[in-house]
Design a protein around this ligand. Structure first.
Ligand code: PMP
Length: 290
């Protein structure tokens, strides 16, 4: 595997960062997780835009333009002969001192890894997932805004550990007001009386790219979509529930905090949107090999 680090390609074992990189010392940096399907990078422009928005929010100057970054991602896929894969793009604050001061970090580092995708087992998509609400609440907007896809994922990791301890793969995270925000690495949707509902981004969610694609697919299928504040009660009494994310795609949820959702099987609207999503990923995206 060839890994892109600051404009050069290194073999996997030689691709390294300094122990003085503030990405490592303080989680001071940002990232994206991107998928390639069928020789195309899916929603590349949207991922690069979100990366630049995250950078702006943390006052990090990415040392490349958006189009240079898009080209670097595509080139890294090409070098690794990726047709279907997962791309991890990171920008760290760069090498500094042991002190916090980001001013000491003169050159942000850009790293691009194009690898195979690790998926949940297919049976989970057929049967549906059981999830639970966890005690760790989502970061406040006024602290570290959850819209920033930062290298400091401890908030999410703590919630994931709590879910794992309870035997679940994913956790519902509430915000400080008790409303549903999202899961640790996925956005959350419910279906109620034919309506597709997902918490507003202001509830403390990442501006999910899969979330946006699913909203567009639902609208195309003439399904009403809304973004109301949702409580756990709303989740328990949903007809269907599913999660969305670049890595996991669309995951049906059949049990939340011990309550069976709908009839306990992945619902018809979830299945319809999943089929539409798969159809779209096959044909859409930035070509790698043309
Ligand atoms: N929420 C969080 C916290 C995430 O880390 C992610 C991405 N893994 C998502 C939602 C889903 O976002 P996207 O669809 O852009 O991958």
């Amino acid at each position: 595997m060839k890994v892109y680090v600051d404009g050069k390609y290194y073999n996997e074992r030689e691709a390294k960062v300094s122990v003085f990189d503030h990405g490592l010392l303080y989680g001071d940096g940002i990232f994206e997780g991107i998928r390639a399907y069928n020789g195309r990078v899916f929603r590349l422009r949207e991922h690069i835009d979100r990366l630049f928005y995250s950078a702006k929010a943390i006052l990090l100057n990415i040392p490349m333009s958006r189009s240079e970054m898009m080209r670097a991602v595509v080139e890294t896929c090409r070098k690794n002969r990726i047709r279907d894969g997962y791309i991890r793009l990171l920008v760290t604050r760069g090498i500094g001192t042991l002190g916090l001061n980001p001013k000491r970090c003169k050159n942000p580092s850009v790293i691009i890894i194009a690898d195979k995708i690790q998926l949940y087992p297919p049976a989970l998509y057929q049967r549906g997932m059981e999830i639970i609400t966890v005690p760790t609440v989502r970061n406040l907007h006024s602290a570290v805004n959850p819209a920033i896809k930062s290298l400091n994922y401890l908030n999410n990791i703590l919630a994931k550990i709590e879910a794992n301890n309870a035997g679940c793969e994913e956790a519902v995270m509430l915000n400080a007001n008790g409303y549903v925000a999202e899961c640790t690495g996925d956005n959350l949707f419910i279906v109620k009386k034919g309506q597709v509902l997902t918490p507003p981004l202001s509830a403390g969610a990442l501006y999910g790219i899969t979330r946006q694609v699913v909203i567009e697919l639902a609208e195309k299928a003439s399904l009403p979509v809304a973004e109301p504040d949702l409580t756990r009660y709303d989740l328990f009494n949903a007809d269907e529930c599913f999660l969305t994310g670049t890595g996991a795609e669309i995951v049906p949820v059949v049990k939340i905090d011990g309550r069976v959702i709908g009839n306990g099987k992945p619902g018809p609207i979830t299945r319809k949107l999943t089929a539409a999503y798969h159809a779209l990923t096959k044909v859409s995206g930035e070509p790698i090999y043309e």
